[in-house]
Design a protein around this ligand. Structure first.
Ligand SMILES: NC(=O)c1ccc[n+]([C@@H]2O[C@H](COP(=O)([O-])OP(=O)(O)OC[C@H]3O[C@@H](n4cnc5c(N)ncnc54)[C@H](O)[C@@H]3O)[C@@H](O)[C@H]2O)c1
Length: 373
């Protein structure tokens, strides 16, 4: 008989659509051992829910997310709501015995993130799993970068440059929970630096231990959150890293980019050309040295690609989410994901770096991350 797992989705807008699509496509493209069953969707806008449920294949809907806790058909709860709700919703569902996949940042505040990590640790002892939607890990070019670093293509990584720039947050931007401190926690920092810190930790495979200095800046003064946060940090092994997040950078739409420089070579990735990974092999004969542009679309060679299309038939934004849904189902079936999946504990470490950067900016001083409990 076919094994399925009932999924409840909370949130039905931007990420709600990305995740609903993933839970549908994953069955078709990955044929997982345990299939996803889109059981119920919850959100605030009751008028939008019937059409959403019909369109994305959910059997039921509710405007009261708390009902999901006692729903025997639901095993996995997918939290795709604004940051201030992540803790309340995730903890309630973990306590009700559900697995939880939560959007990033883990939470809007460090205190919420800590409570979530504690709840996840407790639930883990009862066999419940947690996941965080750091979906960019599962872009094939990024997963390939992870593999190449582990194969030694760069040698020891000594320097990371990471930027995540968007342009929509200028003075004319409309009202959004993303500009409210109570709802979002921070601005570009939690929104964008969260992804960068996750990718840097994931690719290097070490923890960041020190924030040397940071700048937090709000260009649009009436806002309660930052528009731009820049910081410098060091990894446990001594590699240095720079992080830049801004939502007021004209000409950058979703410019999420990372470069790793190692003793033997370098790698760089930029999401607006997400099918490409660039590699520089510093051990090649000097006459032939130069950046290699790898089109990461070869089935059977590049991660995830065998589930999609023939070579050169490029992927898009939504595929990272489908790839993540596939890995979540693998993990729930007791199998190994294609590349490591972040759980609440892992995302809490990312949150600690974010907290350290804010403290550094506000105190004008270096911050040792082990001092943040
Ligand atoms: N992984 C990524 O790349 C990525 C991209 C965008 C957003 N996100 C994250 O996803 C989360 C949601 O962001 P979004 O862009 O989808 O926001 P959104 O504003 O588009 O959607 C928020 C949804 O939450 C629902 N909601 C709000 N309050 C609720 C409540 N009290 N009870 C139930 N539902 C409620 C709304 O009805 C809406 O459906 C955020 O944490 C954000 O940081 C992640």
């Amino acid at each position: 008989v076919e094994r399925t797992i009932g999924v409840a989705l909370i949130g039905q807008k931007f990420m709600g659509r990305a995740h609903a699509n993933a839970w549908g496509q994953v069955n078709r493209f990955f044929e997982p051992a345990v299939r996803a069953r889109a059981e119920i969707v919850a959100a605030r806008d009751a008028r939008a829910l019937p059409a959403f449920a019909r369109n994305w294949g959910f059997r039921r809907w509710t405007s009261d997310w708390r009902e999901i806790a006692d729903d025997p058909e639901v095993e996995l709860v997918d939290v795709a709501t604004p940051n201030d709700l992540h803790a309340e919703q995730s903890i309630a569902m973990l306590e009700a015995g559900k697995h939880v996949a939560c959007e990033k940042p883990l939470a809007g505040t460090f205190a919420d993130a800590r409570a979530m990590a504690a709840a996840a640790a407790k639930a883990k002892r009862r066999g419940r799993k947690t996941f965080v939607w750091f979906n960019y890990r599962r872009v094939p070019a990024v997963a390939l970068a992870w593999r190449l670093v582990r194969e030694g293509a760069l040698g020891r990584v000594v320097h990371v440059r990471a930027r995540y720039l968007q342009s929509w947050g200028g003075p004319k931007a409309g009202a959004s929970w993303r500009f409210e401190r109570d709802r979002a926690g921070s601005g570009a920092h939690g929104d964008l630096n969260a992804h960068l810190v996750d990718l840097a930790r994931f690719l290097v495979g070490e923890e960041l231990v020190l924030v040397h200095g940071a700048v937090e800046h709000t260009f649009v003064k009436k806002r309660g959150v930052d528009d731009c946060v820049l910081f410098l940090a060091s990894f446990a092994g001594g590699a240095t890293a720079s992080f830049e997040a801004s939502r007021v950078a004209q000409g950058h739409w979703n410019d999420h980019a990372i470069e790793l420089n190692g003793e033997k070579g370098s790698l760089r990735f930029a999401f607006e050309e997400m099918n490409v990974l660039e590699l520089f092999d510093g051990t090649a004969p000097k006459a032939k040295q130069g950046w290699t542009r790898i089109l990461v679309t070869s089935p059977g060679v590049h991660p995830y690609v065998d589930r999609w299309w023939p070579e050169g038939h490029v992927l898009g934004y939504e595929h990272g989410f489908v790839n993540q849904a596939a890995d979540v189902l693998r993990a729930l079936a007791g199998r190994k994901p294609e590349v490591p999946l972040p759980d609440f504990e892992d995302a809490f470490r990312t949150q600690r770096v974010l907290e350290g950067a804010l403290l550094s900016a506000r105190e004008g001083a270096a911050v040792k991350l082990s001092d943040i409990g």
